[in-house]
Each structure stands twice: as C-alpha cells, then as structure tokens.
Design a protein around this ligand. Structure first.
Ligand SMILES: Nc1ncnc2c1ncn2[C@@H]1O[C@H](COP(=O)(O)OP(=O)(O)OP(=O)(O)O)[C@@H](O)[C@H]1O
Ligand SMILES: [Mg+2]
Length: 212
C-alpha cells in the first residue's frame, strides 16, 4: 500500500534558509523513494502567484491597506490548499511548503499588529481541514537574515515590501513566530538557523522521519 501523504511547512524570517532547507529535504526524501511537491506562499498556483506579485512588489501610489494584505494572502491560500496541497496529500505526496499560515500570524498579526483572533479565523477559513503535520521554524535574529539576503538584493535590485519594513517590525515577527511555536510544540519544531546548512538539514530530517 502507498504511504500516506504529508504536509510539511517551513517558517522563519527572510534569509533564515527556508528555501535552502526545503530543497535539501526534497533531495533527501526523493532519494528515499518518496514523491515530493515543493511549493510556496503566497503563491503556489497561477492565481496565487499573481497575488504574490501584487503583495510583494506593488509600488504604485495606492497603498495596500493592512486588511487588503491579509485578505489577499488568505485568498492565495484558499487557491493553494484546494487546487494544489490537499489533492497532492490525498495522492500520497509529501508537500513541502515555503511559508504557510504561521507566517500570516507572525507578519500580519504580530508584525502589523492586527487582531490575532481575527487573523486566526481567516487562517482557519482558508486552510479548512488542511493542517501541517510538521512545521520547521528556522529561527534567526533579523540582522543576520538581512546580511544573508543583502547580496541577492543587490544583484537583483529588488527589495520587496516586507524586506523594506523597519527592524522593530522584523523583531515583532520573530517574537511572533517563537510565541506560536511555544503554543504548539508538538507540531512546530524550532531550529536555530545559525548552524551550517548540512547540520540544520540533519535535524530537520530527524523530525521529518518521525512524521512520515
Ligand atoms: N545555515 C546557513 N548559514 C549561512 N548561510 C546560509 C544558511 N542557509 C542559507 N544560507 C544562505 O543565506 C541566503 C538566504 O538563504 P535562503 O534563500 O535559503 O533563505 P530564505 O529563508 O528562503 O529567505 P527568503 O525568506 O528571503 O526567501 C542564501 O544566500 C543562502 O545560501
Ligand atoms: Mg526563500
């Protein structure tokens, strides 16, 4: 019989190594005979990717109000869950997702200081019964993350709307992630992102082996 699908999410600030670790885990699982789907939020579907572009790179005069930002993120999530994630998990695929609803709680709830209960209700609405089986939180002081992404930003000359936020915003986001993780220790595993990539990968693989 086929092994059941799983839904694993990666969370943490900019530059924490989410994309790096997601790919290392995908290679590891693929080598072990598992079918993987790597995806990201916002985005992951054609409609979601259009919303991502708006959310990250909109720079016209018209501001994106906080409520609009939250609703666009949740709209992207509905499309992603229904069209990609849930069907893949049902087929027995291990879905590896770069950010999911914990990022919305951390950035819009703790960072933008929107009402946490309201954010939770919208996260629930968008995710439905699709819940991560495991969440890896890569924890890093914001300054360290900025150092890591600085080179990329200079070569691509792109600072997205979130990267342009002030340092206190990024500290609020980090504390938000840690608070969320403290409340759900079974699901969310905190890993220091300061270690070497290979060492972090080994810790992640160990957690993953417990849930697959
Ligand atoms: N453990 C690590 N130690 C040092 N540098 C790292 C580590 N992991 C990744 N990096 C480097 O830091 C930079 C950011 O890594 P990566 O893109 O994986 O982070 P990210 O969390 O996906 O960032 P973003 O949120 O901006 O997408 C890359 O240049 C990557 O090579
Ligand atoms: Mg990334």
């Amino acid at each position: 019989m086929n092994k059941p699908g799983r839904f694993i999410t990666f969370e943490g600030p900019e530059g924490a190594g989410k994309s790096t670790q997601l790919l290392l885990l995908k290679d590891y699982l693929t080598r072990n005979g598992r079918q993987c789907l790597t995806t990201r939020e916002p985005g992951g579907t054609p409609i979601g990717e259009q919303l991502r572009q708006l959310l990250k790179h909109h720079n016209a005069d018209e501001p994106i109000f906080d409520e609009t930002e939250l609703l666009l993120l949740e709209a992207s999530r509905v499309q992603h869950v229904r069209y990609q994630i849930a069907p893949a998990v049902r087929r027995g695929v291990i879905v590896l997702c770069d950010r999911f609803y914990d990022s919305t709680t951390a950035y819009q709830g703790y960072g933008r200081k929107m009402d946490l209960e309201r954010v939770r209700l919208l996260n629930d609405l968008a995710a439905g019964s699709c819940r991560p089986d495991l969440t890896i939180l890569l924890d890093l002081p914001p300054e360290e993350g900025f150092k890591r992404t600085a080179a990329r930003q200079e070569t691509q000359n792109t600072h997205d709307r979130f990267e342009l936020e002030r340092l206190d915003f990024h500290y609020a986001v980090r504390n938000g992630f840690l608070e969320i993780a403290r409340r759900e220790p079974e699901r969310i595993k905190i890993i220091s992102a300061l270690a070497a990539p290979e060492q972090i990968h080994r810790q992640i693989a160990e957690f993953v082996n417990h849930v697959i």
